[in-house]
Design a protein around this ligand. Structure first.
Ligand code: HEM
Length: 239
């Protein structure tokens, strides 16, 4: 098919895409609103996985730019980091929308999930690997630190310089936006889960909301510590 013949549906593969939602409720209940509730649940998860694909791609590109550390590549990284931050905000808002899932319909179709659970989301595990958590630095931060070391720059000095550090400062701001967006997404998920299943166990067999709360940690610990240190130094200078 040439570009002139291409249609919107063909370009986006809409026929295939719109066939990918198969609510299991339809097997035993033809009430359209119940079927729609399960479709809502499926679409929420599918769109989440699509945005995760985009976020992972964007962050992988940022890691690539950290290998060169040219000003142009750093500025591209800033744009990509802010985009990833916006997409995490979208993911959080999608969870807020899912709070409108009628409880009685969810309680009905939950039986069909078996042991299927977000805990099996390979992309969400990859995102945690890239961003890290409170105890372990992620591959994104490690790539940034390695890039700085190669160019002889000192992270503590960059944090201390603030806006004076230019592109490097903006990259750090972008990473922190992504880190906070990720944390808000995780907290939003705990809120949704608590609303939907209370203290019940998850389909993967975890304790549910309690387990998720323990896992909702904030990445980029090293950057937070350096920013805390900067405050300490400023206060010493003032006092
Ligand atoms: C009614 C809506 C939802 C409920 C009740 C729910 C429930 C849960 C529970 C209980 C867990 C813990 C693992 C388990 O034992 O199953 C979990 C994990 C997870 N869920 Fe959800 N979830 C919902 C919606 C979503 C959505 C829309 C997404 C987006 C893809 C999502 C992504 C995840 C991820 C990535 C994990 C793993 C989290 C981690 O390991 O820290 N969940 N979910």
């Amino acid at each position: 098919m040439t570009s002139a013949e291409l249609t919107y549906a063909a370009y986006l593969k809409l026929d295939e895409l719109l066939q990918l939602q198969e609510p299991r409720t339809a097997q035993d209940d033809t009430d359209p609103t119940k079927v729609l509730s399960e479709q809502f649940f499926i679409v929420s998860h599918q769109t989440c996985e699509l945005w995760l694909k985009q976020i992972l791609g964007d962050l992988a590109a940022v890691e690539g730019h950290f290998r060169t550390m040219t000003t142009a590549d750093l500025e591209r990284s800033v744009d990509l980091l802010y985009r990833a931050g916006e997409l995490l905000r979208l993911l959080h808002e999608q969870l807020m929308a899912l709070e409108r899932l009628p409880l009685e319909d969810f309680a009905h179709f939950r039986q069909y999930l078996g042991s299927a659970s977000g805990a099996q989301s390979t992309q969400s595990h990859r995102l945690e690997w890239v961003l890290g958590n409170a105890k372990r630095a992620g591959s994104l931060f490690l790539a940034f630190r390695t890039g700085l070391e190669r160019t002889g720059a000192d992270l503590e000095e960059i944090v201390g310089a603030g806006v004076g550090a230019g592109s490097l400062h903006r990259v750090i701001e972008g990473m922190l936006r992504v880190g906070n967006g990720y944390f808000q997404w995780k907290l939003g998920h705990v809120g949704l889960v608590t609303k939907m299943i209370g203290e019940q166990r998850g389909t993967a067999g975890t304790s549910g909301a309690g387990y998720l709360m323990d896992r909702a940690t904030m990445p980029f610990t090293e950057l937070h510590e350096l920013r805390g240190k900067m405050h300490e130094r400023r206060q010493e200078q003032i006092g």
